[in-house]
Design a protein around this ligand. Structure first.
Ligand code: ADP
Length: 509
């Protein structure tokens, strides 16, 4: 129970595996780099913790070492962590350093990811204790940090330091759940409590499901758009966890992501050829020319330029992107610029499309932030034919840069992009419903037809650029959720508790 005054400043420990500008593979880094800033500006003491990956150079970021050996419980013993802090940042960012786990080239995709991220999460809790800074809220993000609510309810249950702390667990993408072998329980110090027995999930008696534990044990759960919060309660979008999410529906809130409008600002962006704003939109044309040049495509203001940025996976609708290319080139004389990395089969499919249409299609198979900025600033339309999309940031960045989004009506895309209606003039983009090439192509054709009318198009661009895509509103909603979490008893809701039992690791099947 809390005695907090409703307006009192909160202490929030925010855990994320990636944080912009230090380490980024996608939207999680953007959120971790910008949401805490907005919450801090509301007067709360929020602090971030992330791993110090080997590629984060302490000198470049002026990291200050504050603890040389923090003992972190790991398996039977402890494993020491060195702790750095980046103070110049508006929000302090603590970094957990351990050569064995984090001195690697990439953030994810190692066979010991379970060990790496449970170690990181445990270190974050030990750090708070070392600093004698008891957070009101530990805000965990995605599977990497999902064991924290479990620990607070089990391992630290009777620890006075953690008595007032409540947890908020944010699902950024239900597709990445973190499911590992049972040995992880011993490393996490959870062998005695052990496997979870739940009638709807018999396989949990053999595996450790990080995300499910976050959902079960967190005091409040959020996800990154209201529409996705509803979608994930259904089998179609629930990625197998919908029965569990339905049991916690009362504690689940959808809050739309914002973007960092200082990082993403066409008027001050040093990564684009020609800065511009909504009053001087004609200047934007220079960026289209420069982008066409950079892509080795004919420089021509008279052809529609369509962009795509993102992970090349099933989720992002890359199959539709590949399938639509012939028609875009042959019937619309459109140019396409695609920036992304991901699965080999999509790399090959896109490369062969580019080879077929060297004067129309350019594919960059890399992760390149400056190029992403140049694309947002240069393309006429940004395509997002996602199969599912928890929130999606690209469409918001696109709008801010005067690129008109063409998106599927799903998840956060449906919450942020309204289909253009030429009669009323309402809408800020083009949308389609059915996951099919014809539906996607229809939306593209409508976009290109409207692009031909300069005044109509300019109005669409202006509406997008004037849309509030900042964190202002959503940060307040997060603070509301923090306060809701603080009002909970800290016990698991009774209906769920009655369904669950536990099997110690030693007795597991
Ligand atoms: P995700 O599902 O990957 O988190 P989001 O739309 O939420 O997708 O966020 C994607 C973020 O990553 C955006 O900031 C986008 O500009 C960036 N991004 C994705 N792929 C690339 C790439 N290949 N190069 C540069 N930036 C990228």
């Amino acid at each position: 129970m809390t005695t907090q005054h409703p307006t009192a400043a909160l202490h929030v420990l925010f855990l994320s595996a990636e944080v912009f500008p230090f380490a980024k593979t996608g939207g999680l880094a953007d959120v971790a780099g910008s949401l805490p800033k907005a919450i801090r500006r509301l007067g709360h003491d929020i602090r971030i913790v992330m791993p110090r990956y080997g590629f984060i150079d302490p000198a470049r970021w002026a990291l200050e070492e504050i603890i040389s050996e923090l003992p972190v419980p790991f398996g039977e013993g402890t494993e020491p962590a060195r702790i750095y802090v980046a103070r110049h940042n508006e929000v302090p960012v603590y970094m957990v350093d351990n050569a064995r786990f984090f001195h690697r080239e990439q953030i994810y995709a190692y066979p010991d990811d379970a060990e790496r991220f449970l170690y990181f999460s445990r270190a974050a809790l030990e750090l708070a204790r070392h600093l004698n800074w008891a957070p009101h809220i530990v805000h965990c993000n995605d599977w990497h940090t999902a064991l924290v609510p479990n620990w607070l309810k089990v391992v630290y249950r009777d620890d006075p330091f953690w008595q007032r702390t409540r947890t908020v667990y944010t699902i950024h993408n239900l597709a990445y759940q973190g499911v590992f072998d049972g040995h992880v329980l011993a490393l996490a110090g959870l062998a005695d409590q052990g496997f979870i027995v739940h009638p709807a999930f018999p396989h949990w008696q053999r595996v450790v499901h990080f995300m499910a534990r976050g959902i079960i044990f967190a005091d409040m759960i959020t996800t990154v758009s209201p529409r996705y919060a509803r979608e994930i309660l259904t089998p179609e979008f629930g990625a197998g966890l919908d029965p569990l999410l339905r049991e916690r529906a009362d504690s689940l809130v959808g809050i739309l992501n914002g973007i960092d409008v200082e990082v993403w600002n066409p008027a001050t962006d040093t990564l684009i050829a020609q800065p511009y704003d909504v009053e001087r939109l004609e200047k934007r044309e220079v960026n289209k020319q420069v982008l066409q040049e950079q892509a080795g495509l004919p420089v021509d203001a008279g052809v529609p330029l369509l962009g795509f940025i993102g992970r090349l996976t099933e989720q992002k609708g890359v199959d539709l992107l590949v399938a639509v290319a012939d028609a875009v080139v042959q019937h619309l004389n459109g140019q396409m610029i695609i920036l992304g990395t991901g699965e080999a089969k999509w790399h090959e499919a896109l490369q062969s499309t580019a080879q077929r249409y060297p004067r129309h299609v350019k594919v960059f198979l890399t992760f390149n932030n400056p190029l992403a900025h140049a694309i947002y600033a240069g393309v006429d339309m940004l395509l997002m034919p996602s199969r599912f999309e928890p929130c999606g940031l690209n469409q918001m960045i696109a709008m801010r840069y005067g690129a008109v989004p063409v998106v599927r009506e799903v998840g956060g895309l449906a919450d942020t992009v309204q289909d253009f209606d030429p009669r009323s003039g309402e809408g800020n983009g083009f949308t389609f419903g059915t996951y099919a090439v014809e539906a996607f192509l229809t939306a593209i054709v409508r976009a290109v037809e409207n692009w031909k009318y300069a005044t109509t198009w300019r109005r669409l661009q202006e509406r997008g650029m004037r849309t509030d895509v900042s964190w202002t509103r959503s940060a307040l909603q997060y603070v509301d959720v923090y306060r809701q979490a603080l009002r909970t008893s800290g016990d698991m809701p009774a209906p769920l508790r009655e369904k669950l039992s536990f099997v110690p690791l030693s007795e597991g099947t």
